[in-house]
Design a protein around this ligand. Structure first.
Ligand code: 26W
Length: 826
């Protein structure tokens, strides 16, 4: 995206001397030789990218070493963020801003006849996450570094991240994401640090000096090696650590096997072990109870905790002070095996008594829940845990029996509650309820938006809220505006800084100063210019990757997020078909605002309905494009391969942000925040953080529609009849009949029958119930867009009031209420 505009590093960030152009140019050529063994004449774009990355990395390392020394000497209380996913996105652009050397490197690179934006585009982003949860972890790491909170992010270094998405004949195709094929310039391998992780086997208990001690005799032992990525704060001299673990065999080559000619045997252990961190599970809200996934979860939490104990003892602290030195956050239940693992390490490996060990464990951990969907709440079969983690099962049983004793004390004669709260689901095949384990083993439990936390306390974790209300709090999500505004939308960032200074980069609440300018004609005109330029850039990208020509003058209506029925991309398609039919009925043409509907998002490979929805979006888009009556005023385009890099292309160009999930289903959403921050207006339901966005920006600046979470629950309770809505709504019926009859799939008329059957069957996400309200709300949007003055005023007010949704604010809340970490002044 050649904006030709350099991200101006705010004055707060004093550019460093080693950032001068001459020095940078020399280092670039030197690194080309040193890292790529190339000279300019024969260097490829990737060679220059690597040279640039190493030139920047070298400067990062200085700050990193300096701050880890400071933290070490200060014996600082450290936040440990345990997450199976970190969707960190491309690094070069962000690191340049963090160091304040973007402008100088751009000059140095152009002196060498190259374009910095081309090099930035060259980067293969580390797709180490699926969506919201993984990206939130990355935004949090960025804010923690900028707020100078000593932090270690612990995760998995997947060799293959989230698949790359290609669309072939309208269908999603998954391409393996070999992001490491050129190497990763932003990481440092730490082979000198390695931990053994036991798997399988059995336990033996024996008397050791009067005490019963349990020994775990594993079947397998794999080795964990960390790879470190520095996370530099913006405009601050400190850097934090993202430590991602790779699984390897203890012996990478078995000579005995080799000598007897068993060549496969010789490397069997190696391949088996490495398989653990081979690939990210691409499921976004559906548990697939695979043993490899369980191995992945246990592997990284065991490495993380062994590393935390090593660092703690290295600072000659006693383990009794462990919870005073560490605040560990569980990013959903995926790392919740950390609870029995810490107990195992303290009791079995460090001979601590159960009670002090349990007290340390509970005081160390906090648990964040990110979903209410039953199919996404993790539960592992007792058999699987018994087979893979026999010692942990014993510890889980012990935790459970002590906990249920407390339940019986607080709620005597209520065995039904005991059953409901047990860590073990005894019905049918027995399971461990990981959310229950996380709740019992943590001192804090939080949801990620006000409505979500309310529903958690009222439904999914009701019993736990009744027993331990003090543990519960809400922590509304946030996003880092330094990536999703300053770096990805330099035109708007520049315009804002021109108007109110650059204090907003450090403190997003300063955007409020834009309010008085909302109706200012000059500001409005410049504001529209910025949006138009961003839309032209996106139109170029869309044409390049889809061949579709879209009109930047039209309303860019964007829905970008993982494909899932609760997010209701199919409701969006029903509106597109309705618009298509209205355009066909020529008499209404003038009323319909030219609109470009852009949908982007990956579907979990095993999620049939989600993949069918992608096909439907492409088929409807092709039909509209084929039709001269409609193609001038309406485009429906599926933008492939939605990832952080493409999100940074799409958000700055959005006019309308689609946040249309069934109320009560989207825990928070974060794309909603990023698009509003980039000047898009939101059409949405009262779900997740939409509720708080509407409160902040003002109801008059938000296009609301649909049933509330209460009303949804009531409709379902009273027996929801979607077919009745179909029969009573002509436009809806027409659209559904067209889809069912193969109008958009002449090659296979019944292709979309399963989707229509589901909608006319039980319509689990109440698409038909919200259809009419949605269509009418979209009419209001079309009309509003037809009045640029009013529309732009609403956009500016939206941006001005988004300060609350910075991940800096979220992190301040966690530090204050859960991690008990004081933020350094200033
Ligand atoms: C076991 C498979 C699985 C994998 C991932 C289950 C659940 C998940 C995640 C929790 C799903 C996720 O990403 N949830 C999203 O988290 C965001 C950050 O809090 C929220 O903003 C989104 O609303 C929520 O869907």
């Amino acid at each position: 995206m050649n904006t030709g505009r350099t991200v101006e590093t705010p004055s707060a960030f004093n550019a460093r001397s080693d950032g001068d152009v001459e020095q940078l140019r020399q280092d670039l050529v030197e690194n080309l030789t040193r890292t790529q063994g190339k000279f300019p004449a024969v260097a490829t774009r990737n060679d220059w990218y690597m040279a640039a990355a190493h030139t920047v990395r070298d400067r990062l390392l200085q700050h990193w070493v300096h701050s880890s020394q400071t933290y070490y000497e200060r014996k600082a209380r450290t936040v440990c963020y345990l997450s199976a996913e970190f969707l960190i996105g491309p690094q070069l652009g962000m690191n340049l801003v963090r160091l304040g050397i973007t402008k100088n490197l751009r000059r140095a690179v152009s002196d060498l006849g190259l374009d910095l934006d081309d090099l930035i585009e060259q980067e293969e982003e580390p797709g180490l996450g699926n969506g919201g949860l993984g990206r939130l972890a990355a935004c949090f790491m960025e804010s923690l570094a900028t707020l100078r909170v000593p932090t270690i992010g612990y995760g998995i270094r997947y060799e293959y991240g989230i698949f790359d998405q290609e669309i072939r004949n309208g269908w999603q195709c998954e391409i393996a994401d070999s992001w490491l094929r050129y190497g990763n310039p932003w990481e440092i391998a730490r082979p000198e640090i390695r931990f053994d992780v036991k798997l399988g086997g059995h336990t033996e208990s024996q008397l050791e000096n009067g005490q019963y001690r349990v020994r775990w005799i594993p079947e397998h032992v794999v080795r964990g090696t960390p790879y470190d990525m520095p996370v530099l704060g913006c405009g601050v001299p400190t850097a934090n650590l993202l430590r991602l673990w790779k699984a390897e065999a203890r012996e990478s080559f078995d000579f005995q096997a080799f000598n007897i000619g068993d060549y496969y045997g010789a490397v069997a252990d190696k391949t088996d072990s490495e398989t653990i961190t081979k690939v990210l599970y691409p499921n976004d809200a559906q548990q697939k109870g695979r043993v490899l996934r369980l191995k992945q979860q246990y592997f990284f939490v065991s490495c993380a905790l062994q590393d935390m104990i090593r660092l703690h003892l290295q600072r000659n602290e006693t383990l009794l002070g462990f919870a005073d030195k560490y605040a560990a956050q569980l990013n959903d239940t995926h790392p919740s095996l950390a609870i029995p693992e810490l107990m195992r390490l303290l009791v079995d490996e460090h001979q601590m008594e159960w009670e002090p060990a349990w007290d340390i464990t509970q005081r160390t951990f906090g648990y964040t829940n990110h979903t209410l969907l039953p199919e996404a709440l993790e539960r592992w079969s007792i058999d699987l845990i018994a087979r893979l983690l026999p010692r942990h099962l014993e510890i889980i049983y012990e935790i459970n029996s002590r906990f249920l004793e407390q339940v019986r004390v607080v709620f005597p004669q209520d065995e039904a509650r005991v059953q409901r709260m047990s860590l073990i689901d005894e019905s049918g095949e027995r399971f461990v309820r990981m959310a229950h384990l996380a709740c019992v083993g943590s001192h804090a439990i939080n949801g990620v938006a006000a409505l979500h936390t309310e529903l958690l306390a009222r439904d999914v974790l009701r019993d736990f809220h009744e027993m331990m209300p003090e543990k519960f709090s809400n922590k509304t999500n946030g996003v880092t505006h330094r990536r999703f505004l300053l770096v990805s939308n330099p035109r708007l960032a520049h315009l804002i800084t021109e108007a109110i200074g650059d204090g907003w980069v450090k403190d997003l609440d300063e955007l409020r100063q834009l309010e008085p300018l909302a109706a200012d004609a000059t500001m409005q005109e410049e504001w529209r210019q910025v949006k138009q330029a961003n839309k032209r850039d996106l139109a170029r990208h869309v044409q390049k990757v889809t061949g579709m020509v879209i009109d930047p003058e039209s309303l860019f209506d964007v829905q970008a997020k993982r494909i899932h029925e609760y997010k209701r991309q199919h409701l969006n398609v029903l509106h597109c078909v309705t618009l298509y039919n209205r355009l066909k009925r020529t008499k209404r043409t003038r009323e319909i605002t030219p609109r470009t509907v852009l949908v982007a998002g990956k579907a979990a490979p095993g999620y049939f309905m989600a993949k069918l929805i992608i096909k439907l979006i492409n088929s409807v888009g092709e039909a509209i494009e084929r039709d001269p009556d409609t193609r001038e005023r309406l485009k429906v385009v599926f933008v492939p391969d939605f990832n952080v890099q493409n999100a940074q292309r799409i958000y700055p160009a959005a006019d309308l942000s689609e946040q249309i999930s069934t109320a009560g289903k989207e825990a928070s959403g974060t794309g909603n925040m990023k698009m509003a921050l980039n000047g898009a207006l939101t059409i949405g339901t009262l779900d997740g953080a939409n509720v708080e966005i509407r409160e902040q920006v003002g109801a008059e600046n938000f296009f609301l529609f649909g049933l509330t979470a209460e009303q949804v629950a009531a409709r379902v309770r009273e027996g929801y009849q979607p077919r009745a809505i179909y029969e009573s709504n002509a436009e809806l019926r027409e659209a559904l009949d067209q889809i069912a009859s193969g109008e958009f799939s002449p090659e296979q008329p019944d292709l979309f029958q399963p989707l229509v059957d589901s909608l006319l069957g039980n319509d689990p996400f109440l698409v038909l119930a919200d259809y009419q309200a949605y269509v009418e709300c979209q009419e209001r949007v079309g009309k509003a867009y037809g009045n640029p003055g009013e529309w732009t005023r609403m956009c500016i007010l939206n941006v001005a009031r988004m300060g609350y949704f910075s991940s800096d604010r979220s992190i301040r809340d966690y530090c204050r209420d859960i991690w008990n970490v004081q933020l350094p002044a200033g």
